[in-house]
Design a protein around this ligand. Structure first.
Ligand code: NAD
Length: 288
């Protein structure tokens, strides 16, 4: 599918990072955009983009917490009333968590699952009846490279993002007979505010997430441009950067290389823990 002028697009998590960059690029294409996020007030980041475009594009903001069935229902009602249909649903909102498995808490698991996995499932459940009825449209789910390759010390994030990849492939087949396309976006790290969202009982998790996200050479806009380019090309699995493509290909076709890289990362972290006298299972030996 191609995202065209006047297309009606809903984006979740649109006040920051990738969501915001996608909204900016969609407005450049003169799309009609419903930007949504958790904030009650119109976010300053979106105000800066302007509400209309010369070609008839428009920007509307609504609060939509992806954990709330009521918010989803209200968004669907708004779309049916104002637009009489929808062309693209972008389930992008997300948060971060991670760390050593024994330090993670049930609260963290529940929180990230509610937003990153069930938030996407709710978006799909809400709009699929309308998309099926129309016999057209596209769902775009933001997962992560972590949904395809699973580095150590990111168990919660890896697990929910793998869930988004599985959900997206399932719906790809399920909705194809109705003319509805599904894509899943799997980027490696890029610079956004994601590290601010992290909840983790592991003291090292926030620092390492910040290092990877803030230290990336990619901007959210670079990723957004590539996402739209691959959507235009009709891709289901969108790997918008080189690192994500290399990791994915290595796991599938050079598993020995992938295994060596994962073990190297895990052992390095374990040795660092030991040197710091940090938490580890009593009596465990670190394999070097
Ligand atoms: N930045 C990266 O390195 C990276 C890599 C791979 C995947 N991703 C994914 O990209 C997506 C966008 O994240 P980002 O990096 O732009 O981060 P970000 O923090 O800049 O933006 C995320 C947005 O989601 C919103 N959000 C959080 N909880 C929400 C909720 N309950 N309901 C609605 N909105 C909510 C936030 O308010 C924020 O505006 C996420 O799904 C993230 O997991 C990010």
């Amino acid at each position: 599918m191609t995202v065209r002028s006047r297309d009606r697009v809903l984006v979740t998590g649109a006040a920051s990072g990738l969501g915001l960059a996608l909204v900016a690029r969609l407005l450049e294409r003169d799309c009609r955009v419903l930007a949504t996020d958790v904030h009650a007030e119109y976010p300053d980041s979106l105000s800066a983009l302007g509400a209309t475009t010369p070609g008839g594009g428009s920007l509307t903001y609504r609060r939509l917490d992806v954990r709330s069935d009521e918010d989803w229902e209200a968004a669907r009602a708004w779309v049916e009333d104002a637009w009489k249909g929808i062309d693209v649903v972008v389930n992008n909102a997300g948060v971060a968590s991670g760390g050593r498995i024994e330090l993670t808490t049930s609260e963290e698991w529940e929180w990230i699952t509610e937003i990153n996995l069930l938030g996407v499932a709710r978006g799909c459940r809400t709009f699929v009846p309308l998309l099926k009825q129309q016999r057209s449209g596209t769902i775009v789910n933001t997962a992560s490279a972590a949904g395809l390759v699973h580095p150590p010390r990111m168990s919660e994030y890896n697990a929910v993002k793998a869930g988004v990849v599985a959900l997206s492939e399932t719906l790809r087949w399920e909705l194809e007979p109705y003319g509805v396309a599904v894509s899943v976006v799997c980027p490696s790290f890029f610079r956004t505010n994601l590290a601010d969202s992290i909840r983790s009982a592991d003291p090292d998790a926030r620092a390492s997430a910040r290092e990877l996200i803030d230290g990336s050479k990619r901007s959210a806009d670079t990723v957004a441009v590539e996402v739209l380019r691959q959507l235009d090309a009709g891709k289901h699995l969108i790997l918008p950067d080189r690192e994500a493509r290399i990791a994915y290909v290595a796991k599938r076709f050079v598993p020995s290389l992938y295994r060596a890289a994962m073990l190297r990362a895990a052992r390095k972290a374990a040795v660092e823990d030991e040197a710091r006298g940090g938490p580890r299972t009593a009596g465990a030996q670190v394999v070097r």
